[in-house]
Design a protein around this ligand. Structure first.
Ligand SMILES: [Zn+2]
Length: 197
């Protein structure tokens, strides 16, 4: 299942003016997620964007107590970046801000979309123009943004990503890393070490 829900990316990435940022729009592909790491002097900004499917197993708004509990548990866990990310202690990075966001993409019969983003579709829907509000598909991306201040940024040479042990549905993490230079890295359950370029 491939449905391209393009995310609006944080200004910091766009403001970096890098060619990398041009490719930063994250396609919504179940099993895949995007990680962006920017270290600028002492300021470290980390963005994680993932289809909710990878983290929750579903993408609709929670409908049962069990689903609601899963969402709240995920929020609680993800507010603490140490849940999924191990920064080098020597870098002395302290968390200054966390923000959680989401982007919902709904496709209804006879109605293209509920808003104006660009879309790519693997298959075309028939435009039947019926008065029918049945939701054909709903996709949800979850976004997490963390700001750190690192007292010794020179010591930030790598980081361990622990997402794959917590979220088995996540199989591939595309990482865009900007430090002294920049690199694209592919992480997975067998390769969880993010290296600063
Ligand atoms: Zn989806």
């Amino acid at each position: 299942m491939k449905h391209a829900a393009k995310l609006v990316l944080p200004l910091l990435i766009a403001a970096s003016g890098s060619a990398l940022a041009e490719e930063s729009l994250a396609p919504h592909v179940h099993g895949e997620a995007l990680l962006q790491v920017v270290l600028d002097n002492q300021e470290l900004v980390i963005n994680l964007n993932s289809p909710a499917y990878n983290l929750l197993g579903f993408e609709h708004a929670p409908q049962t107590d069990e689903e609601q509990a899963l969402v709240e548990n995920l929020d609680t866990n993800m507010r603490d970046p140490q849940f999924w990310l191990e920064l080098p202690a020597d870098a002395n990075c302290s968390l200054s801000r966390v923000s959680l966001g989401q982007h919902v993409e709904t496709t209804k019969q006879g109605e293209a979309h509920d808003h104006d983003h660009d879309h790519e579709h693997e298959h075309e829907h028939e435009h039947e123009h019926e008065d029918n509000d049945q939701v054909l598909s709903e996709h949800r991306d979850l976004a997490y943004e963390y700001h750190f201040l690192c007292a010794d940024p020179d010591q930030f040479d790598q980081a361990q990503v622990k997402l794959f042990t917590h979220f088995p549905a996540l199989t591939s993490l595309h990482a865009e890393v900007i430090g002294a230079s920049q690199s694209l890295q592919e992480l997975n359950a067998g390769n969880t070490l993010l290296k600063m370029p």
